[in-house]
Ligand binder design. Structure first.
Ligand SMILES: [Zn+2]
Length: 242
């Protein structure tokens, strides 16, 4: 099994949006990772990064309320993997920086999402609270595999999807092998697992703190837990399975 980190864009914005307690004038630029997991029989994409149309004009694509962010992208995910070879796509959650690239990928490739995330993504109040943009996750005939809770993706224990809610209603992290967890947005930064300084918004802060403590416990056992958007930690290229 091999894991590769891709860079699927950058976000720049006031830091306090993403980490509580920051000075109002401080800005932050951080990467948006996607991951390609290759096994003998599968090529699985974890998250899809930014949609290039949003990068060109974020206010036109998502509305003026999104224009507090500047988006950048060197290459979309579709330019970094051969989309026709993908066997499935796992979305950790439905935010635009994780689901936005879905429209670039062939509809023959199914997506795997937690059921409560999908249902939240189709409920008006939950959409507003979570800043979801439903245009990011239109199915257009794509197969949808909804899962409930922790899930053994390939049936052999090698890739476990872990329900880690709070940031969004059905956020999930991905354990690859025994020693690596792609934590996604449970913790934007490595330090978040300890300081619990979450973004200014969440579906449920208490649930997010529980999820962070769960991943902190795994980290304390020696498992590598990758944060969602830490510019000091995330480096595109091969990821050690530990
Ligand atoms: Zn994110």
């Amino acid at each position: 099994m091999r894991v590769q980190m891709l860079n699927a864009g950058w976000i720049s914005s006031p830091a306090m949006v993403w980490r509580q307690g920051e000075e109002p004038e401080r800005r932050l630029r951080f990467p948006i990772p996607s991951y390609l997991i290759e096994t003998d029989t599968e090529r699985i994409l974890i998250d899809t990064g930014l949609n290039p149309d949003a990068v060109r004009d974020v206010a036109a694509h998502y509305g003026p309320q999104a224009s507090f962010m500047e988006l950048e992208q060197e290459q979309s995910v579709a330019e970094q993997v051969d989309p026709s070879t993908l066997t499935r796509i796992v979305l950790t959650h439905l935010h635009f920086d994780h689901a936005g690239g879905l429209a670039l990928l062939p509809p023959e490739v199914p997506i795997v999402v937690q059921r409560r995330e999908w249902e939240g993504g189709h409920d008006g109040e939950t959409i507003r609270r979570n800043f979801f943009y439903p245009r990011d996750y239109e199915l257009d005939g794509r197969r949808l595999d909804l899962i409930d809770g922790d899930h053994d993706l390939l049936g052999d224990g090698s890739i476990m999807l872990l329900l880690t809610p709070g940031h969004t209603p059905g956020h999930q992290s991905v354990r690859v092998g025994e020693r690596l967890v792609l934590g996604a947005d449970v913790a934007h930064f490595a330090a978040t697992l300890d300081d619990l300084r979450f973004p200014a918004f969440a579906d449920d802060f208490d649930a997010q703190a529980r999820s962070a403590k769960q991943l902190r416990g795994m980290r304390d056992e020696g498992i590598v837990v990758l944060p969602g958007h830490d510019p000091d930690v995330l480096e595109p290229g091969p990821v050690e399975l530990g």
